[in-house]
Ligand binder design. Structure first.
Ligand SMILES: O=c1ccn([C@@H]2O[C@H](COP(=O)(O)OP(=O)(O)O[C@H]3O[C@H](CO)[C@H](O)[C@H](O)[C@H]3O)[C@@H](O)[C@H]2O)c(=O)[nH]1
Length: 339
């Protein structure tokens, strides 16, 4: 297939491009590089040994996208591009609603105009809100605690309605749990700007000595050791999930959790990281972080039954590959304002 990947220079997008190319698909990337770098696309090409067509620009701009849709005959779109910082979305809600919703609407409209039948959307487990785990696709969505999460829930709604009105439009909505790790080559990985919000990049930076210690946000949750429990999934498993979703698409809307189905606590993850990589990760338990829930993990059976996809890599692989990337030449130069 000839696939348009929006946000293909980003963390999950770049790993998915590798999997797409390796599976024999052709890839066109559109990315405005607001939170990523052009070099990542070069790294993707060198890992896969195949070329990618790259356009720098914004997927909220229909005029810019029209030229790309006209120049290529796409079989499908995988839409990753979007703002994703939870805290920033609380401070700048209109930035999030404008960008994340407009991009989804614009792309879905262009798919109708140019007869592009397949659409895979990056959603998030955050749409489950405070439901009790395991999260299952058939659950009613609960309000999320921030505009970022709302943009994911609203984008899902918009795609469901557009698919209803346009028979033949095939939509796959993928709800990611907690993506971590990196491609085993160490050439691409997660390079957050500034102080990381998420656990794994914070852990790797503490291990590396860039930050003094990890703050563990709460040890008084009702979990096995009191720290928060999440379903961490290796980014290459997640990438493979997109290929399975794309290749198995059929008429209508299909929603899948992409998780392992297993929960790991913050303290368990820190312990695994130290053991696998033989490096200390000093930490201190501090108060809970506003908006966090105690436990979030997937029921991952639907993706297995319908797509034949299961996550193959474990916590050890995730910790090893995240550390390998942190120690690579690329990690430092990819990140901005790290200190
Ligand atoms: O420095 C840190 C960072 C995180 N945590 C803990 O580690 C766990 C995972 O936190 P992350 O920030 O890595 O991930 P979240 O589950 O909070 O975030 C996920 O859910 C969010 C919505 O709530 C967004 O969807 C986000 O993109 C996605 O990664 C949580 O228990 C959190 O409290 C710490 O203890 N210390």
């Amino acid at each position: 297939m000839n696939v348009l990947v929006t946000g293909g220079a980003g963390y999950i997008g770049s790993h998915t491009c590798v999997s797409l190319l390796k599976a024999g698909h052709d890839v066109v990337v559109v990315d405005n590089l607001s939170n990523s770098k052009r070099e990542t696309v070069d790294q993707v090409e060198s890992i896969a040994g195949k070329n990618v067509t790259f356009y720098e620009g914004d997927v909220t701009e229909a005029g810019f996208l029209v030229e790309i849709f006209a120049a290529h005959s796409f079989d499908g779109v995988i839409h990753f591009a979007g703002y994703k910082a939870v805290g920033e979305s609380v401070d700048l809600p209109s930035k999030y609603y404008r960008n994340n919703l407009l991009s989804t609407i614009t792309l879905a409209e262009l798919c109708q105009e140019y007869d592009v039948p397949k659409f895979v959307f990056s959603s998030s487990a955050t749409v489950y809100g405070e439901n009790a785990s395991p999260m299952i696709e058939s659950m009613d969505l609960l309000p999320t605690t921030n505009p970022y999460g709302e943009t994911k829930a609203m984008s899902e709604r918009i795609l469901i309605d557009i698919a209803k009105a346009n028979p033949g439009f095939e939509v796959s909505i993928l709800r990611y749990f907690n993506p971590v790790g990196a491609h085993e080559s160490g050439l691409i990985g997660e390079s957050p700007n500034g102080i990381p919000n998420n656990l794994m990049p914070y852990v790797t930076q503490v291990a590396k000595g860039i930050r003094e210690k990890l703050n563990v946000f709460g040890d008084d949750y009702d979990t096995l050791d009191g720290s928060g429990v999440r379903d961490y999934i290796h980014v290459m498993d997640l990438a493979d999930g997109h290929i399975a979703a794309l290749e198995n698409l059929s008429d209508g809307v299909h929603i899948y959790n992409l998780g392992t189905g297993r929960g790991t606590s913050v303290l368990q993850l820190v312990e695994a990281f130290q053991q696998v990589n033989d490096v200390p990760v000093p930490y201190e338990v501090v108060g809970r972080r506003a908006g966090d829930i105690a436990v979030c993990y997937a029921d991952a059976t639907k993706a297995e039954q319908e797509l034949g996809w299961v996550a193959k890599r474990g916590i050890q692989d995730m910790c090893r590959d995240a550390w390998n990337y942190e120690n690579s030449v690329g990690a430092e130069s990819m990140s901005q304002n790290r200190k």
